[in-house]
Design a protein. Structure first.
Length: 255
């Protein structure tokens, strides 16, 4: 059996796999696993790495364009949104399995790497990334001083980031304790903010924009930490690997 024949055989196997990703985070993770070549369609905002921008768009993760997806003739559709899975789950719609891969916690990231690696023959790469990510987190020293915090998305009015978010989990590793115990992304109530008076209000800026937030005027003793939302918007190995340095930078504002 010649090397050329083996290469052709492997190429043919991978040529059969055509993936549509309905999640910018899953798109990034697949590129991390060196699986970018099998992605034939992506959702809006799948702009990292740069090569992802060249892949055809098929709507958003909340409103996928079923006709566009069907025309791409995918063998698999991956999503981290249960709503889009339900829209596409009927076999007669696109004729391909829809794989739901949650990305709500750090452990979900490890499971996503494992699942994608097994599904698309990238087990070795997934094991490496899982090991590197775990090593990066294990090397972090938990800060002794905890900072009472509220995390918000930059909007007017501010929208909170609940305790069940991976953003809350990551910032907790930096020593920022989320006072907002609600789940999801609730609107921040002015009275609640006034009563709780967090030490830190962490604002995730969207697309580098900055809005005027009326809520900030009622928090005279609260330090505002503005973070580029892109640094925490997608749960991926890159966010984990950069977390140690980012934590030091963010906490330096409170020393």
């Amino acid at each position: 059996m010649t090397v050329a024949f083996l290469f052709a055989l492997i190429s043919n196997v991978y040529a059969e796999i055509r993936v549509v990703s309905l999640s910018p985070a899953l798109t990034e993770i697949m590129f991390d696993l060196k699986l970018g070549d099998i992605i034939v369609g992506t959702s809006e905002y799948s702009d990292y790495p740069a090569a992802a921008k060249k892949i055809p768009r098929v709507g958003s993760y909340q409103q996928p364009d079923i006709e566009k997806i069907a025309r791409l003739n995918p063998t698999h559709v991956v999503t981290n949104n249960d709503g889009s899975k339900k829209q596409l789950a009927r076999p007669e719609v696109i004729g391909a399995p829809v794989v739901l891969i949650p990305l709500k916690t750090i452990n979900d990231l490890y499971e996503a790497l494992k699942k994608l690696g097994e599904q698309f023959r990238a087990v070795e790469e997934s094991e490496k990334l899982i090991a590197r990510s775990k090593s990066a987190l294990n090397s972090m020293n938990p800060p002794e001083k905890r900072i009472k915090s509220v995390i918000a998305i930059d909007s007017n009015p501010l929208v909170g980031v609940g305790a069940d978010s991976f953003v809350s989990e990551l910032l907790s590793l930096c020593g920022f304790d989320n006072q907002l115990k609600a789940k999801g992304y609730p609107k921040l109530d002015r009275e609640w903010l006034f009563v709780n008076q967090p030490e830190a209000l962490i604002v995730l800026e969207k697309m580098g924009t900055e809005k005027s937030n009326s809520e900030l005027s009622i928090l005279p003793n609260t330090k505002v930490l503005k973070i580029d939302g892109e640094k925490l918007s997608r749960l991926s190995p890159a966010i984990i690997l950069d977390l140690g340095d980012n934590c030091k930078n963010w906490r330096s504002k409170f020393e």
